[in-house]
Design a protein around this ligand. Structure first.
Ligand SMILES: [Zn+2]
Length: 115
């Protein structure tokens, strides 16, 4: 009988990683994000431009840590500020999360051993 052992990723995640998917080969697909102020959207009230809706651009990136793979995808999207700091519940976060899950299910690249 053959036993396959998948090594669990480190208990401590790299700084900035907000989610991880374990691939079938024991690497991880790591999700990170950045947010930045976006141009505001003027809001018309009555007969005047009364206010500016504050917007934030969120960029979510998923990157495979398998050596020789390094597949990556990035999505950007704008949302109204304040946005609550929950990137995985926004449009780009949802898209990248699905990609990460799908990649982790079929990627066979293993991580390079660390000393
Ligand atoms: Zn991969």
């Amino acid at each position: 009988m053959t036993t396959t052992t998948v090594t669990a990723p480190a208990a401590v995640w790299p700084e900035g990683v907000i989610a991880r998917y374990l691939t079938v080969a024991g690497a991880t697909v790591d999700l990170t994000y950045t947010d930045e102020e976006a141009p505001g959207i003027p809001v018309h009230q009555g007969k005047a431009w009364a206010a500016t809706k504050l917007m934030v651009t969120i960029t979510v990136t998923a990157r495979c840590t398998g050596e020789g793979c390094r597949a990556e995808t990035t999505e950007r999207g704008d949302t109204e500020a304040p946005w609550g700091g929950r990137p995985l519940e926004t449009g780009p976060g949802i898209t990248v999360t699905r990609w990460a899950q799908s990649h982790a299910e079929r990627c066979r690249a293993i991580p390079r051993p660390t000393a």
